[in-house]
Design a protein around this ligand. Structure first.
Ligand code: C2E
Ligand code: CA
Ligand code: CA
Ligand code: CA
Length: 277
């Protein structure tokens, strides 16, 4: 019996080791993704529910590795634990800002660009300096840039994090609280957060027309936004019914497959010219 147990254990050990090897391999490969030009951004429209115009775009990163497009959920955590997210994040921020300015010059108006950042990036001592350099280099209007931080990341109550976000906002850059509703922020805590925008997590939106509880929770989150003077955007809107329910609840902005999936920069400018004419 002892032998059997051992065999089972080593099998598990093998699997674990394999996964560890894969992770190490991925971390090593990731380290070259910027210089090898393997990263690109996709853009997803953010819509005003009153006018149905595009107000902004969220930049979402993709990695092309050995001919395969790898979604961020498969590599961001590896990039975070290896620390490579920091240089990678600067590339993403600069590329997104450059794109925003390019659209602005092609159009007669401008839209905002939202960029996801992880905690590791905000804790980089160079973050503000590098951000300033990117603002200057690209010429983006700081108020057209938004940084998305997740609610769970802000739960790790951290003074440096709050002060970095305050400094970000002093520059006119906006801050959005992503995945809102999945953490456990209290009202009083939310009130102290240096944020401008709440993004209601898609897990609530996906059930909004089926569960009265999810609809009620969403209504509550919209009220919290109003109370704290924050803009509120619903993420993951996939159907017309969900949109109509959100309008009924007083939500002002939405994002999701119902309007557009994340698309390339050239597809995005086409979408802008058709939807915002
Ligand atoms: P997120 O910031 O919560 O982004 C929303 C995710 O939901 C995106 O997945 C988006 O494509 C997807 N989505 C949008 N609308 C819908 C919808 O209607 N239905 C459904 N089912 N999904 C929808 P994506 O692009 O795979 O990104 C996953 C996560 O990876 C992001 O979640 C974000 O946390 C992270 N991520 C993406 N880009 C970056 C980046 O540049 N930097 C960092 N640090 N993280 C990033
Ligand atoms: Ca986001
Ligand atoms: Ca989100
Ligand atoms: Ca998320």
């Amino acid at each position: 019996a002892k032998k059997k147990h051992r065999a089972g254990y080593s099998e598990f050990g093998k699997e674990f080791e394999q996964e560890l090897q894969q992770r190490l391999h991925m971390a090593a490969e990731l380290r070259h993704c910027v210089e090898r030009n393997e990263l690109h951004l996709m853009y997803q429209a953010q819509i005003c529910l009153k006018t149905k115009r595009i107000l902004g775009a969220e930049a979402l990163v993709r990695w092309t590795h050995k001919g395969q497009i790898i979604p961020p959920n498969d590599f961001i955590s590896t990039a975070e634990s290896s620390g490579y997210i920091v240089p990678m994040g600067y590339w993403i921020l600069e590329e997104a800002c450059r794109q925003q300015v390019e659209w602005k010059t092609e159009l007669s108006y401008e839209i905002t660009i939202a960029v996801n950042v992880s905690i590791r990036q905000l804790k980089d001592p160079q973050f503000l300096k590098r951000t300033d350099q990117i603002l200057e280099k690209t010429g983006i209007n700081p108020s057209s840039l938004e940084i998305e931080v997740t609610e769970s990341m802000m739960m790790e109550d951290n003074n440096t994090l709050h002060s970095v976000l305050n400094d970000i906002r002093k520059r006119g850059i906006q801050v959005a609280l992503d995945d809102f509703g999945t953490g456990y922020s209290s009202l009083s805590y939310l009130q102290q957060l240096p944020i401008d925008h709440l993004k209601i997590d898609q897990s609530f939106i996906s059930k909004i027309t089926k569960s009265s509880q999810d609809s009620a929770i969403t209504a509550l989150m919209i009220s919290i936004g109003e109370l704290l003077n924050l803009k509120v955007i619903a993420e993951g809107v996939e159907t017309y019914e969900q949109q109509e329910e959100l309008i009924k609840l007083g939500c002002s902005e939405a994002q999701g497959y119902f309007y557009s999936k994340p698309i390339s920069k050239t597809e995005f400018i086409k979408l802008l010219t058709t939807m915002n004419q």
